[in-house]
Each structure stands twice: as C-alpha cells, then as structure tokens.
Ligand binder design. Sequence first.
Ligand code: 5AD
Ligand code: SF4
Length: 431
Amino acid sequence: MSKLLFIQTLGCAMNVRDSEHIIAQLKEQDYEITDDVNIADLILINTCSVREKPVHKLFSEIGAFDKARKKGSKIGVCGCTASHLGGEIFKRAPFVDFVLGARNVSKISQAVRTPKFISTDINYDESEFAFGDFASSPYKSFINIMIGCDKKCSYCIVPQTRGDEISIPAQIILREAERSAARGAKEIFLLGQNVNNYGKRFSNAHEKIDFSDLLMRLSKIEGIERIRFTSPHPLHMDDKFLDVFCNNPKICKSMHMPLQSGSSKVLRDMKRGYTKQWYLDRALKLRQSCPGVAISTDIIVGYPSESEDDFAETMEVLEAVRFEQVFSFKFSPRPLTPAASLKPLDDEISSERLSRLQNAHAKILDEIARAQKDKIFDVYFEELREGGTACGRSFSNFLICAQGGEELLGKTRGVRIEKTARMALYGKVIA
Ligand code: 5AD
Ligand code: SF4
C-alpha cells in the first residue's frame, strides 16, 4: 500500500520546483500526496529564509504539524532555512526527523530512511542529477537551468543557502522541455537566481552557450508556445539578450527587473553592480523595443544607508518605469550577510517609506489596469474559479478571467477586456 506525503512549500518558484523534485523522488518510493496532515506518513516543509518572517513561520508550522500528526509519522525540514540553521533545527524542535538543505534535495530518499539525517552542504553539486518526473501543473513546467548564486549582494542570504552558481547542461534542459511538450504543457518556466548569467560555469566540460542561445534553442521545440523565466539580473541585460527577448515570438513579454533601490549610492552599498542610470537605460530600451512589455520588480526599502533623498530616487524610478508589478519589502537583516552588522534604520521610517511606495504604485496600477479596457489579449487558460470562471495569463502576464469552464483549460483564446481591477482583468472570450 502506498504511503502518504504532506508537503508545504514556502518561498520562491525555485522552492516550488525543489518540492516537485522531492515529490518525484518520493513517488518512486511509493508515496502519494495528501493535503491532510493528520493522516500523512511523511510531513515535509520546504522553507524560505530570505526574510526573517518565514523563518519564524517555520517553527510555528512544524510545532502545529507535530501536534496534528499521527503516530509513527516523520517530519522533515527542507530548503533554505534548513541550509542556514542546519542542526540547530533539531535543538529547537527535537521531534524533527531530518534536515535537508536547499542544495541537497536529491538525497530525500536517504533522508527518509535514516534517523536524524542531516545534509546541508551548500557546495553539493546537483546540477546533473537526474530527478524523476513530476509537474504540479498540466499546463506548464518549471525547469531549473542553474543552481546557486555567485553574486554578493550585501543583504542577501541566498549565496549562503544555495551555494555557488553552476549551470545545468543545455542537453538536460532541452530534454526536460521536450518531455514537457510531449505531455502537452505549452508553457515552460525557466528558473535560476540569475538566469541571464547562464553558461558561465558548468561542472564538466561543456559547449559554449549563453542564456540568449539557450532561449533560441528552446524556442525551436515544437509544442512549446510560451517561454517565461525568472529572475534575470539587470546587470546582465546586454543588447543581445534584450534583442532575443523582444524578437523571439515564443518568449513571453514580461520581464522581471529587480531594482532593489533607485539610488546609485545605495546600489553601490548593496553591491548590485549597476547604477540608477544603467537601470533606467535598460528599462527604457525594453519599453521602446518591445511594445506591450510588462516590467515587474523587487524593491527593498529601509536599507541601513538609505537616506530620504535615496528613497526619493527609488520613487523617481517607480514613476519613470511605471512597473506593472512591484514586490516591495522592508529591509530584513539576515544572518551571514554583510548588511546584518550595519546599524538598522528606525522601523517607523522603513514602514512609512514602504507605505508611500506601495500607495504610489497602487495609483500606477489602477491607471495601467484602466488602460487595458477594450483591448484583446491571447490568454492561456490554466485554472477554474468559482462562479463558472476560467483564468489564465496574457503573454505580458496579466491575470485575465472570463466566463467559461473545463473546455478552456490548456487552450489559448482571445479575450476582450470589459472590466478592470488592480489585480485582474475580466473579459469575454471572442475567438
Ligand atoms: N531584506 C528584505 N528583502 C530581501 N530580499 C532579499 N533579501 C532581503 C532582505 N535581507 C528581497 C529582494 C529579492 C527578493 C527575492 O527578496 O528584493 O529580490
Ligand atoms: Fe527562494 Fe531565496 Fe527564499 Fe531560498 S531564500 S526560498 S532562494 S527566495
């Protein structure tokens, strides 16, 4: 009889993919997924440690799992927090059975078998490991193209949890994409910490290939209609990359450009490697050469050296680029990072700046949403919602919903927008 696996995933798309890898390995060991923690034989939490909040959440969650679980079940902690806290997790939560770092998920079967198993080596090389096959969506596939991160951003814990950057060989990526097309998924979503730095280093001798070449090769696979990726780094947005992005018809026209700060001084302190001018130049070029492109970003407010003038420059970039989506965060000091030792700003100042930024962006978003009325978008339908509604994404990544059901899922249809809101557009299928 098969055993039951309950898995909770926090954090980024990278973690979602790691969970898929874990599930694929465990399915080979006869595990089936359950969403009921009470009956699970194995309870896993795949964690994030990029900010302090999810770390606190980890301990409250596993405490609750411990209370709810059935006798004889096991609890494992995986992911970024497992990498950085390691054995301390056993000390703080002695009921945990194993700890598996973000770069060690290929060892999941061994972890389940071995009492108090721990593996958190951030230099462990999983770049050529043949993970089993599991996709959480029938319509799209997440594909890792690299592991780790070579950047030294002063605030970021990721290099300490995911180790050095290694690219996954192109033939493995192409094979996964072909497999994905063969199962009928029309979209692939490429994942890595700095995807447009792809090809700098492989574990073994490898052909010379960069991210733009990889995109071109993937776009030739029959059956793949949409290619998305996250995250590119503004520093590596050279003209070749922007040209391929804008001109290849299979590449979705939504670009994530993590700004972090609009002040060149703060960017230097953060060791981001680009200036405000470089960022604005790239964003402008993108807007000019790629009509209809949507640009999203990440912004950190309240970095320790951020003055009111520096913050005003971030607001300036916000108004200049008019992002379609902004993920904004208050600076959170993280262990093992250079910025952790800096004197933090007053929390009230950071909170006030965060709300000013978010309010200004809400206004921009309202204007962007209203401007979409009566436009027609090609929507790839992926999910059903209540009230006979189906939703999907436009090429530019707008969430668009329309009346409809099963018959729309996995199909791309033209939708004319009738109603707009900040987070979603609503329309009628016309073709
Ligand atoms: N504090 C706040 N936000 C952070 N991020 C990364 N590290 C921190 C930190 N210490 C944000 C960045 C990054 C996103 C994934 O999380 O904006 O792009
Ligand atoms: Fe993803 Fe970074 Fe969070 Fe790890 S720490 S889960 S890489 S966002």
